[in-house]
Design a protein around this ligand. Structure first.
Ligand code: HPA
Length: 266
């Protein structure tokens, strides 16, 4: 971890990011606008080289609305075959760089039948349905405790800030529980019915691992899902990745403005 941190610090000099932002599918463009220093994952010792359609794979450092920010333009997914350690390694590095708050975003399917594609959802909690946990293995006591509390992974205070920021901009939003699956196949209608019964509102293939590790490290988390499609079985339509990207693209202006407004008050 020291090798990684030293390499990054060498590049960013005295820039100390306080806020981390993980940009999900179709939302990565945000980092193009505010790019002060960027470092491709492939150059960073300890990072792996991510290649997924719609993702760039670099850390972007910038000062936005007076806040020093490190953004992940593209993230590692478990479904790509990366280990949970690789998926969550950047969050640990953020912690070592001084990050106190993590805004984690994603594209997700709408499980709650009152939600529609294009809605933004603030994550109130998650159900980790990935069948594994990123903290399995020897514990690093310098980062966190062996058995971390998970009562408030998604900071209520940050949700309040996000709600106010959305209201100011007249952006409608939802709040709900994010169910994390491994993917890469989308869910079956029976699985979606099960998730709804269990209290899930949205479903996606990321976020829970990063949020677990951030919480473990003492980083406050705000989770924002862009609901890009009806989850399987909600309508008759089959799901596809293009729809996910297209919907994320449609909401990107709202998303950008919301993020800017949140950064102002955070
Ligand atoms: N399911 C899982 N992951 C997703 C979905 C979905 O419907 N939409 C975007 N990511």
């Amino acid at each position: 971890m020291n090798l990684t941190v030293n390499y990054i610090k060498e590049k960013i000099r005295d820039f100390e990011p306080e806020i981390g932002i993980i940009l999900g599918s179709g939302l990565g463009e945000f980092a193009d606008t505010y790019n002060m220093i960027s470092i491709p994952y492939s150059e960073i010792p300890g990072f792996e080289n991510s290649q997924v359609q719609g993702h760039k794979g670099q850390l972007v450092f910038a000062e936005i609305n007076g806040k020093k920010v490190v953004m992940m333009q593209g993230r590692y997914h478990f479904y790509e075959g990366y280990s949970m350690q690789t998926v969550t390694y950047p969050v640990k590095i953020m912690k070592k760089l001084g990050v106190k708050t993590l805004i984690v975003t994603n594209a997700a399917g709408a499980v709650n039948k009152t939600f529609i594609p294009g809605d933004l959802m603030f994550i109130t909690d998650h159900i980790n349905f990935m069948g594994t946990n990123p903290l399995i293995g020897k514990n690093d006591d310098t980062l966190g405790t062996r058995f971390p509390d998970m009562s408030e992974v998604y900071s209520k205070k940050l949700i309040n800030i996000a709600e106010q920021a959305a209201q100011e901009l007249n952006i409608s939003y939802k709040k709900g529980v994010y169910v994390a699956t491994t993917g890469p196949s989308y869910e079956t209608p029976a699985e979606i019915n099960m998730f709804r019964t269990l209290g899930g509102d949205a479903v996606g293939m990321s976020t829970a691992p990063e949020a677990i590790v951030a919480n473990y490290c003492g980083i406050k988390v705000l989770g924002i899902s862009c609901l890009t499609n009806y989850a399987a079985g909600v309508t008759e339509n089959p799901l596809n990745h293009q729809e996910v990207i297209d919907t994320a693209n449609k909401v990107k202006d709202n998303f950008k403005n919301l993020l800017l407004n949140i950064l102002k008050t955070i």
